[in-house]
Design a protein around this ligand. Structure first.
Ligand code: SAM
Length: 285
């Protein structure tokens, strides 16, 4: 199966990823010790939904556009929409926050954020977007290799006990990218066992992902949770019908936060036959 997919800022998959990302960050900052976040495939951090390319696909209209109209009343979605509106208050009405922007928004002065981006033009835009923020370091490099270079995280005398590794690859290697991402998560956990790790993945047909999920359940984490949103039935192998997040070492009660959020996203963004799934592949001990 062709698993290549094009990244569209603000579509249903991006919205799911970003709602969950904020929920993880909020759980991390609930404790006073500083956190570290590594975003291995960061993108440019801030997008313009009014640009010609974004307008051409219209994907964001069916994602963040609809969510802003429907506004499901669940805490994680309300929190996410407040972040989007805060981003627009600073950067203009068509701005859309990428994962680095959301990390910088949710984390504190004492926390640190490392963002990797391989494409020079995207990396330059990312650097420019965070030029004034001393917490954010941009690395123009391969995000998988950065796991070996940057973990376990330290900054001067600070050793970070808690934090997040977000792996959000473009799946250009198609199904092989799942194995590359799982190997990267295994490496991240070996170097930083307490880290919460989040891997985003596109869903065309769910059954194709069974081997990936079986391997994910065997990763050396304390727990493994999957949160998925299918905006239509997964009967067509030609489209991205939904997406999911694999969450390793998920913060306590993240499932209780995500369950109503998934239902809210399904109600706002789903077509006939939409569905969600929240399941522990491995329950916390
Ligand atoms: N995480 C971003 C967000 O949520 O806003 C979106 C990232 S986009 C899906 C994937 C990005 O990864 C692209 O900007 C692409 O240039 C970059 N990329 C592709 N291969 C990479 C690699 N091996 N290491 C780092 N970045 C890579």
């Amino acid at each position: 199966m062709n698993y290549r997919h094009a990244f569209h800022a603000g579509n249903h998959a991006d919205v799911l990823k970003h709602v969950a990302l904020l929920a993880v960050c909020d759980a991390l900052v609930a404790k006073p010790s500083p956190c570290f976040a590594l975003d291995t495939h960061a993108g440019r951090g801030l997008y313009r939904l009014g640009s010609a390319s974004a307008q051409r696909t219209g994907e964001a209209d069916d994602g963040i556009g609809r969510l802003l109209v429907e506004r499901p009343r669940t805490p994680a979605i309300t929190r996410y929409l407040a972040a989007v509106e805060a981003c627009r208050a600073i950067h203009g009405h068509d701005a859309y926050p990428g994962s680095p922007w959301l990390l910088a928004y949710a984390l504190r002065d004492s926390d640190r954020i490392a963002c990797c981006e391989l494409q020079p033009v995207e990396a330059a835009a990312l650097r420019a977007n965070f030029a004034g923020d001393g917490r954010v370091v941009v690395h123009e490099r391969d995000g998988y290799a950065a796991i070996r270079a940057l973990l376990p995280p330290k900054h001067g005398a600070i050793r970070y006990g808690r934090g997040l590794v977000l792996v959000d690859p473009p799946y250009e290697a198609q199904l092989d990218e799942f194995d590359a991402a799982l190997a990267a998560l295994k490496e991240a956990l070996a170097r930083w066992p307490q880290a919460t790790c989040a891997l985003w993945y596109p869903i065309k047909q769910r059954r194709v992902l069974q081997p990936f999920l079986r391997k994910a359940a065997r990763l050396p984490a304390k727990s493994a949770l999957v949160a998925e949103l299918l905006v239509r039935p997964d009967d067509s192998p030609l489209r991205m019908n939904g997406s999911g997040l694999l969450l390793l070492n998920a913060p306590w009660q993240l499932d209780s936060t995500l369950q109503p959020a998934l239902r809210g996203l399904q109600g706002a963004l789903g077509e006939t036959g939409a569905s969600t799934r929240l399941e522990w592949l491995r329950s916390p001990a």
